[in-house]
Design a protein around this ligand. Structure first.
Ligand code: NAD
Ligand code: ZN
Length: 371
């Protein structure tokens, strides 16, 4: 086995700069690390907000956190993953803190450093550019906008070899976030009402999951008409364009007083407020949309108090990825979770087009074919 691999990586050198594909090198896996040859990587809004430095990941960095590929090499302590396995890469977690031990790895004590610090936990990068300078990496324990990515055994999730691997990367973040919020966190019940504020990749994954969970009133709220049309196709029973009508009044009308469950994925504090206001008695809203650090929102204290309302933050759908990602693959293969309808593929050298199409609302979930 070799010490370094020559790779191609999309580098973000400055705040809001376009991705530039460069030659780079990545070191071989150690300990419980897994080196994955990346087939395709989904693009999530979180890549854009980090490129724009809402979260201060140090630059230059290689982003990308919805990677799918084939295991190329493993470190000596890897137990359950072998060279040639098909894997989806998900977020990093330590496996041994209180929350990880309790099955809530998305709230790992080390979530921030393992996903956003821009180096491994030893403070070193595994990547260097063509001049030998370090490139910040380990983004979501992978940095998968690159032909190879280094991750750990615990965040590389094996998937069946007969599943379409190039499609599966987004299950590692955006799709798992929307679906897990509905199934694991809110625990949407059969016959209930559910409102998705935001019909982007996360919000529409939530719509698909609400249908799996048996909700009978499923409302999507957005400001982009094409997204609302797709929501109807995917199982929403009602859609609301909040540019044209007041979503709170309309939701109360449709649900006879307020919805039981809601999810906010727009990252806008005023939309979160609409979500809280549109809950019915004992209703619960999940918060997944990420604004700039330090953003405040408001709620009417007595409305929350007297209504018995719950406002709940949700990271990565609070899922146990080694169980939940294979479950989503199985639902997809059974035709019950058609998340492929959200996806458009781009070549690696079209990565900036993928980002622009996502930001303009043209493409819901870009997947960049890497190799
Ligand atoms: P997206 O851009 O595809 O979706 C956001 C949607 O909100 C868009 O469809 C947009 O048209 C809609 N929107 C904007 N303004 C609106 C308004 N006033 N009313 C209603 N809808 C409005 O992004 P995404 O990939 O679906 O991600 C959604 C959010 O979730 C982002 O903030 C992302 O960073 C965050 N995220 C969080 C987690 C987590 O673990 N909590 C994981 C993944 C993504
Ligand atoms: Zn993401």
């Amino acid at each position: 086995s070799q010490a370094f691999y020559d790779i191609r990586a999309a580098v973000t050198r400055e705040q809001s700069a376009p991705f530039v594909i460069e030659d780079a090198r990545i070191r071989a896996p150690k300990n419980d690390e897994v080196l994955v040859k990346i087939l395709a990587t989904g693009m999530c809004h979180t890549d854009m907000i980090v490129r724009d430095q809402y979260y201060p990941v140090p630059l230059p960095a290689v982003l990308g956190h919805e990677g799918a590929g084939i295991v190329e090499a493993v470190g000596p302590n890897v137990k359950d993953i072998q060279v040639g396995d098909h894997v989806v890469l998900t977020y990093g977690y330590c496996s041994h803190c209180h929350q990880c031990s309790d099955g809530h790895a998305a709230y790992c004590d080390e979530f921030y450093p393992r996903n956003f610090q821009g180096t491994g936990m030893d403070g070193e990068t595994a990547l260097q550019d063509a001049k030998g300078e370090p490139l910040h990496d380990h983004f979501f324990a992978q940095s998968s906008f690159a032909t190879y990515a280094l991750s750990l055994e615990n965040n590389a999730v094996k998937v069946p070899a007969d599943a379409p691997l190039e499609l599966l990367g987004p299950l590692g973040c955006g799709i798992q976030t929307g679906a897990g919020a509905v199934i694991n966190s809110l625990k949407v019940t059969p016959g209930s009402s559910f409102v998705s504020f935001g019909a982007g990749a996360v919000g529409l994954s939530a719509v698909l999951a609400a249908r799996v969970a048996g909700a009978t009133t499923i409302i999507a709220v957005d400001v982009v008409p094409s997204r609302l049309e797709l929501a109807l196709e995917l199982g929403a029973t009602h859609v609301i364009n909040s540019k044209d009508e007041d979503p709170v009044a309309r939701i109360k009308e449709i649900t006879n007083g307020g919805t039981k469950f809601a999810l906010e994925s727009t990252g806008r504090p005023q939309v979160l407020r609409q979500g809280i206001d549109s809950l019915g008695l004992l209703g619960a809203i999940g918060v997944v949309g990420a604004p700039k650090l330090g953003t405040d929102s408001t709620f009417d204290v007595n409305d929350v108090l007297l209504g018995g309302k719950t406002i709940r933050g949700i990271v990565e759908g609070d899922s146990n990825p080694k169980q939940f990602i294979p479950l989503l693959v199985e639902l997809y293969q059974q035709g019950r979770f058609p998340f492929d309808k959200l996806v458009k593929f781009y070549d690696f050298d079209q990565i900036n087009e993928a980002a622009a199409d996502s930001e303009r609302g043209v493409t819901l979930k870009p997947i960049v074919r890497i190799s």
